[in-house]
Design a protein around this ligand. Structure first.
Ligand code: ATP
Ligand code: CA
Ligand code: CA
Length: 423
């Protein structure tokens, strides 16, 4: 399912990678943040800052537990995106990603082989990406930046950072940090990943019946007769934003993206899925915090509170497992965005604008796949087997147009959905 994962502690196969990622982010991002803000130049988009970590340490990088190299791409551009356009508090960002030293791993939910990690507070997702996706993001960064600037309410994935870890034996792992569309404080009762394609786009209903965390697809949406319940204003605004976003993706010749839809039913609340609001701790690691309890002054100082938490977690280690509570309330930055401001999402409304007991969490995800030669081959191959227009890998312009018409149908409901069904 989309939200609950295993916490990564020492001994986990990906512990070293995780440690390196978080240490790299902590040092690189705070290095950039410590400097005085300046306006972006053209070079900032192609910049890459290198760091070399080892157990000894030097004046640029403190000592680390392992030897590795770290690259921070376009740090000034991502800083501006985070602070000016995505409204993140710089200290908060670093703290969420690094002070909470254990991330949970979702494994690889897609076919792509990417791994997903959540920050401890569930606000951020680290996604490992393929080298081609990494190169693509660097190439489109000026366009992406301009789009975000011109479209403060964009539904596109919010990229907060692009980095690379290189392990001593030479393996390179590229990753992005992005927004988790689903808030930590609300159960998601249904999840859909919609592409506007129908061929093969069905999660088996008999499996969905026993798995509330299944990620359902286009045909499930159509066959269940779902629609996004939005009054005329919200619907018009959302349609216009999806149009602009898919227009950009068309120009960038991107493929394979989808609209991720999480549905929270307010009448059901958070009762069904208690585990969604807590994390199961499997082998928590020994805290990186070196400070001793004696150095803490006031018992209620943030350090003291953090320290107690640390102590509690090491106690937990003795027990082997426990749960950690997640924040109960919505977190700041979402208030700035039209489609994320009702409890972190968009509240359903009727045609006459009465609020309904549903909250939608929406976003366009997986936007880094260019229509490469690989896709062209796949297209030829799949095209021989099924109706060419309904399969996923059609050329970018066709993909975007099909995506946008499906999303219009998703919002209009009724006839729109039916039209797709009978196609
Ligand atoms: P593939 O290429 O096979 O589709 P992928 O590895 O590129 O897979 P994505 O499509 O990006 O993966 O995401 C897979 C799933 O992870 C989504 O369907 C969704 O359930 C979850 N997910 C991805 N991005 C987010 C996000 N920003 N917020 C919440 N959930 C997400
Ligand atoms: Ca995908
Ligand atoms: Ca993908």
């Amino acid at each position: 399912g989309p939200l609950v994962g295993n916490l990564i502690g020492e001994g986990h196969v990906n512990y070293v990678l995780m440690y390196n990622m978080l240490t790299g982010i902590r040092i690189a991002v705070s290095r950039c943040q410590a400097k005085i803000r300046r306006t972006l130049s053209e070079e900032d988009f192609t910049a890459a800052h290198k760091y070399s970590f080892d157990i000894v340490g030097n004046e640029l990088t403190p000592s680390a537990k392992y030897d590795f190299k770290f690259k921070d791409y376009a740090p000034w551009v991502f800083r501006e995106l985070r602070e000016d356009h995505f409204h993140l508090d710089p200290a908060d960002y670093l703290l969420s990603l690094t002070a909470k030293y254990i991330l949970s791993e979702l494994g690889s939910p897609g076919k792509s082989g990417s791994f997903f990690y959540f920050s401890r507070d569930y606000r951020f997702i680290i996604k490992t990406i393929h080298h081609t996706e990494h190169k693509f993001l660097r190439r489109i960064l000026p366009r992406y930046h301009a789009h975000v600037k011109a479209n403060p309410h964009t539904l596109l994935s919010r990229f907060y950072g692009l980095h690379r870890v290189k392990l001593p034996h030479g393996r390179k792992i590229h990753f992005v940090i992005m927004n988790n569309l689903f808030p930590p404080h609300k159960d998601i009762h249904e999840t859909y990943d919609l592409k506007g394609s129908t061929v093969g786009r069905e999660y088996p209903e008999e499996r969905a019946a026993v798995n509330p965390r299944a990620v359902l697809k286009d045909l499930n949406w159509i066959n269940r007769g779902k629609t996004l319940e939005l009054g005329p204003e919200k619907r018009a605004l959302l349609t216009e934003q999806i149009r602009r976003d898919s227009e950009l993706l068309k120009e960038l010749r991107v493929m394979d993206y989808s609209l991720l839809v999480g549905i929270h039913n307010m009448a059901r609340g958070n009762r069904d899925n208690v585990r969604r609001n807590t994390l199961k701790v499997f082998s928590p690691e020994v805290p990186m915090m070196k400070r001793k309890p004696t150095s803490i002054k006031g018992a209620s100082s943030p350090e003291a509170i953090a320290m107690r938490r640390v102590v509690r977690e090491s106690d937990v280690q003795a027990l082997g497992s426990s749960t950690i509570a997640l924040p109960e309330e919505d977190l700041g930055e979402r208030q700035h965005f039209l489609f994320y401001q009702d409890d972190g999402g968009v509240r359903a409304t009727s045609d006459s604008n009465y609020t309904m007991d549903t909250i939608y969490y929406l976003g366009i995800i997986d936007i880094l796949t260019p229509y490469s030669n690989i896709k062209k081959l796949e297209h030829l191959w799949k095209g021989m087997q099924a109706d060419r227009h309904k399969i996923s890998p059609v050329p970018p312009a066709e993909y975007a147009d099909r995506f946008f018409s499906f999303m219009k149908a998703v919002m209009r409901g009724g006839e729109g959905g039916m039209r797709f069904k009978s196609e």
